[in-house]
Design a binder for this molecule. Structure first.
Ligand code: NAD
Ligand code: 44H
Length: 402
């Protein structure tokens, strides 16, 4: 569920390593992509790009692609006992309890599970692959709120397993230039092209009563506990992305590579990494290596990762990327400048004209008030709304920016 660029660069690519399995893929809103993929027999081009050049892999794990609005097919697929698992890539904002009657990722998922419950009640595993802390537990909590009918709720609780995952592969939105590159390399004009880096990781913790592809063939790691992997990824990689996105946009940059190359922002990123690393239960050598690789990944030529793409939905991202470390720092009486600068730049973004956030209607008026730090932070994290020293520092930084 959710056939965006990342699903194709990551889960579809891992699944291709085990040809015994295939994917029935569902977009959320996009109707063109399933048509294109159907015309191509599900095949799409993965343009893998690094400093040594470009190569194209043709990925063949998508057996069928459907628009999400094809409800009849969706219900039939989720009800089919042949379907062993459902991956979700529906963005961080997709994991919310829907308003009654609203169409959302969760409402579609629950409708499918209800169909399966009535059809055969075969167990199934859900595999959320979005950048959330404890993505499996978040999804479980949402399902508990939505699945009210007692017998169904009982079945969901005991027969619907939910894996926890940490996913990593930098996959920017595809541009026409990428499509042209694929044409130059293969002769094919493929509008379903996805561009990505060679680096990829997937840690998974969970049970799969109906089996699963052997993703390990492509390097996935099945682990007991994803907690440390998750903190390392969200606090080091994703937090730096969000800091660079807001501070980079404020300084006139467009891509991650440009922002990371700005000496001021390079220093800010290193300072954040020093701060966050102190709370990670991993060895200094591992963190040093992780940081070294990230510097290279962020600087990768040809991966045009737009800051505006990363900046979207900060209200969902900041609480899992930056605030956990900030809380730990505040508990020790410390005020990390990198976090203050990042949050101030986020407020400046919320004051701008191109805000993309599912909570924009609520947050942008607050960002324009006389005490923006207090009003916005109190909304996303009430505990920070009382922290005078922090709020004063963020407001002061914001005044410099705007
Ligand atoms: N792109 C990356 O580098 C990357 C890496 C790791 C994890 N991810 C995860 O994958 C997600 C998708 O990234 P992408 O690059 O594929 O983006 P994308 O824009 O290509 O695709 C987004 C997908 O989410 C769906 N979607 C968007 N808003 C939704 C909503 N409110 N409810 C339900 N579905 C919704 C879209 O229809 C689409 O299928 C990210 O939000 C992140 O959690 C991405
Ligand atoms: O995809 P998002 O919107 O959750 O976040 C933007 C980036 O930080 C993210 O996509 C990273 O590139 C990715 O998490 C790397 O694996």
């Amino acid at each position: 569920m959710g056939l965006g660029a990342f699903h194709r660069a990551h889960q579809a690519w891992y699944t291709a390593a085990d040809p015994a399995w295939g994917i029935a893929a569902y977009t959320f809103r996009n109707t063109e992509l399933p048509q294109l993929l159907t015309r191509q027999g599900g095949l799409f081009s993965l343009l893998v790009r690094d400093e040594t050049g470009d190569r194209v892999e043709t990925v063949g794990s998508i057996a069928r692609a459907h628009p999400g609005a094809d409800t009849r097919q969706w219900l039939a697929d989720v009800a089919s006992p042949e379907v062993a698992l459902i991956t979700l890539t529906v963005t961080e904002a997709g994991y919310t309890v829907p308003e009654p009657g609203a169409d959302s990722a969760v409402s579609r998922l629950v409708a499918g599970l209800l169909e399966r419950f009535h059809a055969n009640a075969a167990p199934i595993t859900l595999v959320p692959c979005d950048n959330l802390a404890d993505n499996g537990e978040v999804l479980r909590a949402v399902l508990r709120k939505v699945c009210q009918q007692p017998a169904f709720a009982e079945w969901v609780e005991h027969e619907v397993a939910i894996a926890g995952t940490v996913v990593d592969r930098i996959t920017p939105a595809t541009t026409e230039r990428d499509v042209r590159t694929v044409q130059d390399l293969t002769g094919r004009w493929d509008l379903t092209t996805v561009v990505t880096e060679p680096f990829t990781e997937w840690q998974i913790a969970g049970t799969f009563p109906r089996g699963r592809p052997e993703w390990e063939r492509a390097g996935a790691q099945v682990v007991e506990d994803i907690g440390t992997y998750q903190q390392r990824k969200l606090w080091i990689l994703n937090a730096a992305h969000s800091l660079l996105a807001y501070t980079g946009l404020a300084r006139g940059h467009t891509t991650v590579a440009e922002a990371a190359d700005d000496p001021v922002l390079g220093e800010l990123t290193e300072s954040w990494w020093d701060t966050a690393a102190a709370y990670l239960p991993v060895s200094p050598a591992e963190i040093t290596d992780y940081r070294r690789r990230l510097r290279d990944r962020f600087a990768a030529p040809g991966i045009r990762h737009l800051l505006s793409q990363i900046a979207a939905d900060g209200s969902h991202k900041i609480p899992v990327r930056i605030l956990p470390v900030l809380h730990r720092e505040r508990a020790r009486g410390r005020l990390p400048h990198s976090a203050v600068a990042g949050l101030a730049a986020w407020l400046a973004y919320l004051r701008g004209s191109e805000v993309r956030d599912t909570r924009a209607a609520e947050l942008t008026p607050l960002a324009h008030t006389a005490n923006p730090a207090q009003r916005v932070l109190a909304t996303i994290d009430p505990a920070l709304g009382d922290d005078r020293e922090l709020l004063t520092a963020i407001d002061a930084e914001l005044r410099v920016l705007t």
